[in-house]
Design a protein around this ligand. Structure first.
Ligand code: FAD
Ligand code: NAD
Length: 463
């Protein structure tokens, strides 16, 4: 086997493996280096996929215990079999990671297992062997962060990775951080029986999302039984045999409160992972937050070395990393590629789901843009009622002059699926009128999107 490739990708997460496959499709001879035993990165192994498997399983349990009897389905004695639930999750992960192995073989991408270090431009060392390439793509992703003085032991004080493999349902759990991971994993363990409290530094959960969505979701999560300590900061967390002792203070300062919980989930964000990659020795620049700096074509300051995904700027999302992987492969093959960073949807996979794209009302107001709001509740939709899922709404924000859709914010059943229609409309510079005039099948949840578009012009039918 030759040790030379057109392209070496370091990291086989959604950014790296997708870039490798697309480059191979375009005729390049590609290798992908991965330090984990399995392919798929954070997303498939310890992120998107296992968390959604547990969200799905725990949601079914919650329905069986609390909701199905409303529809006349009586399930006596439903109980959690945690080892089986974990086995289900592990099977889902392994079928996904094996799927990437298959795709690598199909596309003739060479999988180099081991830790990759860039030893010179065009040169990567893996397990003592040196490989050369015309181009190198860094797709090494991100890692969890903790708070100063608090050590994640993955037993009592866990990151999302530990929260995906807890051996028993904790009686009590404190989640530090009311962002996406905190709410998704907090929801899983609450549904399975934990008493969960979310401690958030800001005065509301899900910072950055539309205010109305944040308020509505907080209300719904509280109703479901999650507890919240907002505007609060954790001062210390000490793990002992009986659990974890937490000291919490108001963010603005004030009286300290002590909590004792079985398990703490640290979910205060993630940082780019570039340890041991050799960036300093080859001179690749990073910014003040450790993210690799790139130009608009993902090239770092060193010619021939590129970076994509969580390790560069932008939202830490799998689909953002994937799209960057495709675009970069196409650029490297001499084509042109483009990503519209204003149109990357974000979804929180709780129940109801929360999904957003484009500008929030707060951003539009700050930018001085005059807009119309169209809002429609799931409560007024026949299908949502038939499904017994009537919480939430769709909100569409459209430019007051041109009617172009500027943002959309959904909380409700299948929000993550419903948002795609609006993303697509926005990608084509669509207007609220375009969606309003598009025929939507009946009875579907999609009709809520259509009615919200009609509501932009104050003519919804069903309310
Ligand atoms: P990663 O997926 O992190 O992959 C990087 C890979 O590089 C890793 O496998 C790592 O082992 C490898 N690597 C690193 N350094 C080296 C080296 N020197 N040599 C060899 N290999 C190396 N995003 C969503 O869009 N939707 C979700 O539902 C979602 N859920 C999530 C849930 C959780 C609990 C977490 C933690 C994250 C979630 N994310 C989700 C975020 C998503 O996982 C990331 O945005 C995505 O994985 C980033 O892809 P990436 O390719 O940049 O990096
Ligand atoms: P996040 O940035 O979404 O949320 C972190 C939260 O912690 C914020 O609300 C922040 O205000 C809070 N916080 C920060 N410091 C704090 C402190 N000292 N005390 C209390 N609260 C504090 O980060 P995350 O939830 O850890 O997720 C990491 C990344 O993973 C995100 O970028 C996210 O996009 C990605 N992810 C995405 C999904 C999804 O798309 N469904 C799911 C999970 C993770």
């Amino acid at each position: 086997m030759s040790n030379h490739f057109d392209l070496i990708v370091i990291g086989a997460g959604p950014g790296g493996y997708v870039c490798a496959i697309r480059a191979a499709q375009l005729g390049m001879n590609v290798a992908c280096v991965e330090k984990r035993e399995t392919l798929g990165g954070t997303c498939l192994n310890v992120g998107c996929i296992p968390s959604k498997a547990l969200l799905s399983a725990s949601e079914k349990y919650e329905s069986a215990v609390h909701h199905l009897s409303d529809m006349g389905v009586e399930i006596d004695g439903a109980r959690v079999n945690l080892p089986q639930m974990m086995a289900f999750k592990n099977d889902v992960v392994s079928s996904n990671t094996k799927g990437i192995e298959f795709l690598f073989k199909k596309n003739k991408v060479k999988h180099l297992q081991g830790f990759g270090e860039i030893t010179a431009p065009g040169q990567v060392q893996v397990e003592g062997k040196t490989y050369t390439a015309g181009a190198i793509v860094i797709a090494t992703g991100s890692d969890v962060i903790s708070l100063p003085g608090i050590t994640i032991d993955e037993q009592r004080i866990v990151s999302s990775t530990g929260a995906l493999v807890l051996p028993a349902v904790p009686r009590t759990m404190a989640v530090i951080g009311g962002g996406v991971i905190g709410l998704e994993m907090g929801t899983v363990w609450r549904r399975l029986g934990s008493d969960v409290i979310v401690i958030e530094y800001m005065d509301n959960i899900l910072p950055g999302m539309d205010e109305e969505l944040r308020k509505e979701s907080l209300k719904i999560f509280k109703k479901q039984g999650l507890k919240f300590m907002l505007s609060s900061k954790v001062i210390s967390a000490k793990a002992g045999v009986d659990g974890v002792a937490l000291a919490v203070e108001p963010a603005a300062g004030g009286a300290r409160e002590n909590l004792q919980v079985d398990v703490v989930l640290m979910a205060v964000g993630r940082k780019p992972f570039t340890e041991g990659l050799g960036l300093k020795s080859v001179g690749v620049e990073v910014d003040e937050r450790g993210r690799i700096k790139t130009d608009a074509h993902f090239q770092t300051n060193v010619k021939g070395i590129y970076a994509i995904g969580d390790v560069i700027t932008g939202p830490m999302l799998a689909h953002k990393a994937e799209d960057e992987g495709v675009v970069l492969a196409e650029i490297l093959a001499g084509q042109s590629g483009h990503i519209n960073y204003d149109l990357i949807p974000g979804v929180v996979y709780t129940h109801p789901e929360i999904a957003a794209v484009g500008k929030t009302e707060e951003q539009l107001q700050k930018d001085g843009i005059v807009y119309n709001v169209g809002k429609f509740p799931f409560m007024a939709n026949g299908r949502a009622r038939a499904m017994g899922m009537t919480e939430g709404f769709v909100k569409i924000l459209a430019d007051a002059k041109t009617d172009r859709i500027l943002g959309a914010h959904i909380i409700g059943p299948e929000a993550g699926t419903l948002i795609s229609e609006i993303v697509l409309a926005m990608e084509f510079d669509g207007t609220a009128e375009d969606i309003a005039r598009t025929c939507h099948a009946h009875p579907t949840l999609e009709e809520v999107v259509k009615e919200a578009a009609l509501a932009v012009h104050k003519r919804p039918i069903h309310i």
